[in-house]
Design a protein around this ligand. Structure first.
Ligand code: SAM
Length: 195
């Protein structure tokens, strides 16, 4: 694995109900595609193979441009899945987050401005960007952050913020992939790179 200090995903989901009122048996409908988020969380923390990279992973999700959930890897080794992750999101939104999640009232633009002051490797995942391989060849003390959209891509507000803050676009290829597969592909890219 390349010598990175951290690997972070920042997912943007403007439509998921922030009061945590969704039905676990109907995540796509009642949760406004929260299933897409839960699959990305599973891809981040459940699919990755090496413990070394798992300890460096962080997953943030911006909801309604106003709430920020930050996830680190859960420490237990139980089998998880989409519904398990949905209960974690629901509990976090209802003020009972587990110890690996923090909840903040923070907008996306403010978050990105804070990160830009401290870190240099902030990218947005988009089909039309530069190839991922071109930006990750050297060891870096700054964590790598990758923004990704929901099932529809990025909403207008997010696109404006990306443009305003001049965040570089990085691509996994011309074909559009599921968000969860993008997460898995980025993690395995960094796992594959040797110092
Ligand atoms: C399911 S895709 C969004 C829908 C897709 N843009 C479309 O209109 O068909 C979810 C997210 O995955 C990321 N993504 C998908 N394919 C990608 C690719 N080839 N390269 C980089 N990012 C990609 C983007 O961040 C995108 O917003």
């Amino acid at each position: 694995m390349t010598d990175i200090s951290g690997l972070r995903f920042i997912a943007i989901f403007p439509d998921i109900p922030i009061d945590g009122k969704f039905i676990l048996r109907d995540l796509p409908g009642s949760g406004k595609r929260i299933d897409v988020l839960c699959r990305s969380l599973a891809a981040c923390f459940d699919w990755s193979s090496s413990l070394e990279i798992r300890s460096k992973l962080e997953f943030m999700v911006s909801l309604s441009h106003s709430i920020l959930l930050r996830f680190k890897a859960p420490t237990d080794a139980t089998l998880r899945g989409e519904t398990w992750w949905a209960t974690i999101v629901r509990d976090s939104l209802r003020n009972t987050p587990p110890d690996f999640v923090t909840v903040e009232e923070r907008g996306l633009e403010e978050l990105l401005q804070i990160l830009q002051k401290e870190e240099s490797n902030i990218f947005v995942l988009e089909e039309e960007g530069r190839p991922l391989a071109a930006i990750s060849k050297t060891p870096s003390a700054s964590p790598y952050s990758f923004m990704l959209g929901n099932h529809r891509g990025f909403d207008e507000g997010t696109s404006k913020i990306i443009q305003k803050l001049d965040i570089q676009r990085v691509s996994l290829g011309q074909r559009s992939y599921l968000g969860s597969h993008c997460v898995a592909a980025v993690i395995s890219h960094f796992e594959r790179i040797k110092k």
